[in-house]
Design a protein around this ligand. Structure first.
Ligand SMILES: [Zn+2]
Length: 193
């Protein structure tokens, strides 16, 4: 497992649950790192219990239904108290899913430019299949009305493909031929930071 990828997966979990404690995150991470989560079917996971985290059962079943997660620990004697919370079995499943998503294959091409004005256009018929994301940083703001930016475009899709794109940078128009090459989703996240 890649450290950067785990960090990103944890960051996502924190963003989704900003009010949860550090120990909640830590327990989810322990469950995940001990490889206790197994996908059992569509929207069903089995989480192996860890006695050191207070689990009384060897396994717990987590389900995702109607936009909500449910855990079999809700049905235990502590269920009434726990039902309103999100247990760390569920948190471990979310972490596992974040990780899997970030680790999934994607096909991408990267463009780096420095301009005041910039624009990237991909053929409209590809807009359903091809996504474009960018990060923009000001590198020179001495002309305050026209700051210069460093722009990273990532063009990506679920399948390999070649496409033509039009890149405009300060009035300079270029026709690009882009080949989307295989990478992992988290590499895109790292590029855009
Ligand atoms: Zn649970």
């Amino acid at each position: 497992m890649s450290r950067e990828l785990i960090d990103l997966a944890v960051e996502r979990l924190r963003e989704d649950f900003p009010n949860k404690s550090k120990s909640w995150i830590r327990r989810a991470l322990i469950r995940f790192m001990k490889n206790t989560v197994k996908e059992y079917g569509e929207n069903v996971w089995v989480v192996r219990g860890l006695p050191e985290l207070g689990d009384k059962y060897p396994t717990y079943v987590v389900r995702f239904k109607d936009g909500r997660y449910y855990c079999s620990c809700f049905e235990s004697s502590w269920g009434l108290r726990r039902r309103s919370e999100i247990c760390t079995h569920i948190a471990a499943v979310i972490l596992y899913r974040n990780y899997r998503k970030l680790d999934s294959e994607v096909y991408a091409s990267v463009i780096n430019i420095e301009c005041v004005d910039y624009y990237l256009e991909i053929p409209s018929e590809l807009r359903r299949k091809v996504k474009v994301v960018k990060s923009v940083r000001v590198v020179d703001s001495s002309d305050r009305l026209n700051p210069r930016h460093r722009v990273t475009y990532v063009i990506y899709a679920d399948e390999p493909m070649e496409l033509r794109a039009k890149l405009v940078c300060d009035g300079d128009v270029r026709e690009l031929s882009l080949r989307l090459a295989r990478t992992r989703r988290y590499m895109i996240e790292l590029l855009l930071r």
